[in-house]
Design a protein. Sequence first.
Length: 451
Amino acid sequence: MRTRPEMYLKLFLTFLCLTGSLSSTAQKSTCGLPALLRKIPALDSLRTLPQPLNAQLKTSAIDYGQQHPIPVVFHVVLSQQQINQLGGREGINQRIASQMEIINEDFNRSNSDSNRIPAAFKPLYGNIGVRFALAHVKPTGQPFNDTFELYVTNKNGFELYNNYKSGIGFTEAKYTAAGGLDAWDPAAYLNVWIINPLDTGKASRLAGLTIPPSFTGARYGISPWEQGIVLHYGAFGRRQRATEYYVSTANRGRTLTHELGHFFDLWHIWGDDDGTCPGEPDGNDDGIADTPPQAKEIFGSPQYPLYDACTRTGPGIMFMNFMDYTDDVSKYLFTNEQAARAKRQIQPGAPLYSLTRQPHLLQSDTNASRAINIYPNPASNFINIFFERNPTQLKKITVSNLLGQEVYAIETNEQPVSYYKIDVSGLSNGIYVAKFHYLKGKEARRIVVAR
């Protein structure tokens, strides 16, 4: 007969084994592209290199007079317990606000941690030049004044593989009839579903999964209405407090940056080929010239330089690329060639071009004399101000608290600039008024700072 101390010791050791296993799993969150390739092998043909990239695309900025921010709608399909885990509606709002900041920074070469890019890779730091904003008009034309669409489900989560529609990519979460939320017109909106992903009833390692336009159609059996991105509910937004629930390696919003890379036709930098190198039998590449060949995915936060079987010399492999599996704190860049390939997707006639032509979906105030888009709102660190037409008569932008005290001002001097980024990180939580001072008259918009 075991003594009570022996029993306690055995229980304690069992607990350590279980928690150690869970911790190890948590440190290796992945994305859904390999699962899609296993289920639909024909998708692999899409990695074929495109025609030589137009050199001008590599460095040219997008003309914001023609291209508009892409409207984003978040569909949150969670149980009440999971919603509470995120801090309720307020917590979800905060995460979405910070998430919008992150993707706009990462896609516009303005992420503050870019100073950690190794010197050898710094010249390759690329700018995709695409912006994103929350949609404020529904497909029906009605105003949408929330930051997300919510359905409280009685399910614990959604299975990667199921029997509904295409049956792959958590499809049940994407249809109201199956207990999820329908996509909004995929030609006009970027749809993002926030769910609890499951793998045969157990917690899934997948932090995100993307169905880009190129994966849809009769050949692959995937409807365009399944196009978009699915995110683990613990892998979106930026952690503000240590007590907040997050997937431990995905707490800085880089999962959506990574998945958006796939949405813009970027592949994993190691080629998803089980460790073989370009030039070897069955060896694949990401189709990008300025990412070093890489054998396998990299997890964690490795030290630079890092070498593998495909790159043994020089600066090593680019594990800090947004298209690898390293922790959020260790991802810093897209390259110039990646940016060029992504930009091809929003050129006239390309799959994502229509998403950049929907400015009317970003502003529900149709009576406004000038279309001014402010996002994220609520904001935690920065707000982005985008004018649909260059405000040639704008003299100044000010921000005041509800006491009328001016807390921010910038002289614009009637310059035809359509985009401004304002730092609100030093402001207390609360409601503020942004005023736009023109040669003739003023306009005001309410902004909210919430952390």
